[in-house]
Design a protein around this ligand. Structure first.
Ligand code: ADP
Ligand code: ASP
Ligand code: MG
Length: 410
């Protein structure tokens, strides 16, 4: 008998039929003698619908009330799933975030889980029942409802598994595992049986939406065995493993991630003197804007161009700050664009193989794709390119690095 935490995403509970199918699945595990805690998302499209309602009232609703609003989606699904299980004769009980004691900090809309009280869940499990928990939500010290950021139900699932010491956390979604890249963009993408935790962390942080990054961080910190599977079809899915995969099994590149939520800003012709980078970036960080890549040109005539990228939602705010700085610093011009994206190649094999970057740049050059910025770390290379080339770039790289399904990975 095992204790499983299962998380079902929006598409998996997107209709009454889908909720009934999830109930069948949960019942089959329960019938096999396993203990089950099930975290669910809102029905697909519901969180966006709720955000749309708020935007109809105000351009800048307070984050606290946004969380009161968007957390309601998950409350609907826990009740419906509990009903579907009860109809099947299973003792199931729904819990909101606060009822199950998911304590978070007060950073509304991106709260972090601080503590989970397992007592209420244990009581239900000990009584032979199934626990159903609303994903994405928690409660802060002030008894205000908080939410964990988009895609946050993944993190609820993993955090519950960590708190309960579950045997496995199973993330059920609409694809049957983690692929070499998003199979919606590259139909030839290949499902991986295993992916290292380190690579999954990079893929998630570089924009791969399959798992929320915090869920992967949590799994790493608390050593939670994590698996991604389909709720639509049978299969073993993908195991996120803490072990190194042997170099024979391990291709140089494991996956390609991309992120459209990017914008690029440049301050042109800034005097190239000590302290200028901090004079530009301090006001940006004071405005709570996270900077991702930074590129500074070599100085010719004593001035330089200073370029950085931010999340697309912060673009206008950052451009305004840069406009003011341009005058203060006597720069030539503040410019920017949000028609860009970031494409990243990830693989622990990069540590022991040279030439990945040059090959990547050659593949992009052959497709006539201009690179606007580059960053690298030990196991990843990211480039910024025009958004219109995203699909072309990802497909070309996927093929060139031998990741396509029919081919043998190199
Ligand atoms: P859920 O609602 O179940 O949380 P999401 O839409 O958040 O589902 O995540 C699943 C989606 O992630 C897939 O439908 C797929 O398009 C996308 N995706 C992005 N990168 C990958 C990848 N490397 N492997 C598999 N799916 C990916
Ligand atoms: N419903 C939330 C969202 O759409 C949380 C989740 O689905 O994980 O972001
Ligand atoms: Mg998701």
């Amino acid at each position: 008998m095992a204790l499983y935490v299962q998380k079902y995403g929006g598409t998996s509970v997107g209709s009454i039929e889908r909720i009934e199918a999830v109930a069948d699945k949960v019942k089959s595990f329960h019938d096999a003698g396993h203990q089950l805690v099930v975290a669910v998302s809102a029905m697909s499209g519901e969180t966006n619908r709720l955000i749309g309602l708020a935007k109809g009232i105000s351009d800048s609703p307070t984050p606290r009330e946004m969380d009161v609003l968007v957390s309601t989606g998950e409350q609907v699904t826990i009740a419906l799933l509990a009903m579907a299980l009860q109809k099947r004769g299973v003792n199931a009980r729904s819990f909101t975030g606060w009822q199950v004691g998911i304590k978070t900090d007060s950073a509304y809309m991106k709260a972090r889980i601080e503590d989970i009280d397992t007592q209420a869940m244990r009581k239900q499990l000990d009584a032979g029942g199934v626990v159903i928990v609303a994903g994405f939500q928690g409660i802060d010290d002030d008894n205000s409802i908080t939410t964990l950021g988009r895609g946050g139900s993944d993190t609820t699932g993993v955090a519950l598994a960590a708190a309960l010491g579950a045997d496995e956390c199973q993330i059920y979604t609409d694809v049957d595992g983690v692929y070499t890249t998003d199979p919606r963009v590259v139909p030839a993408a290949r499902r991986m049986d295993k992916v290292t935790f380190e690579e999954m962390l990079e893929m998630a942080s570089l924009g791969s939406k399959i798992l929320q990054i915090r869920s992967v961080e949590f799994a790493g910190k608390y050593k939670v065995p994590l698996r991604v599977l389909s709720s639509f079809k049978e299969g073993n899915g993908t195991l996120i493993t803490m072990e190194e995969i042997s170099s024979v099994e391990n291709p140089v590149i494991s996956g390609i991630a991309f992120n459209r939520d990017e914008a690029k800003l440049t301050l042109k012709g800034v005097p190239d003197v000590p302290g200028v980078a901090s004079r530009i970036l301090v006001p940006i960080s004071d405005a709570n804007i996270e900077v991702d890549m930074i590129v500074q040109n070599v100085s010719e005539d004593g001035t330089t161009d200073f370029t950085f990228t931010v999340n697309r939602s912060d673009y206008q705010k950052a451009l305004k700050i840069l406009g003011n700085l341009s005058q203060e610093l006597n720069a030539r011009e503040a410019t920017g664009t949000d028609d860009i994206c970031k494409v990243s190649m990830v693989g622990v094999g990069m540590r022991s193989h040279a030439g990945v970057a040059s090959k990547m740049f050659k593949v992009l050059a052959d497709e006539n794709i201009n690179i606007l910025a580059i960053t690298t770390s030990e196991i990843k290379i990211s480039v910024v390119i025009a958004e219109k080339y995203l699909e072309l770039a990802v497909r070309a790289l996927h093929t060139a690095f031998g990741l396509d399904a029919e081919e043998q990975a190199e």
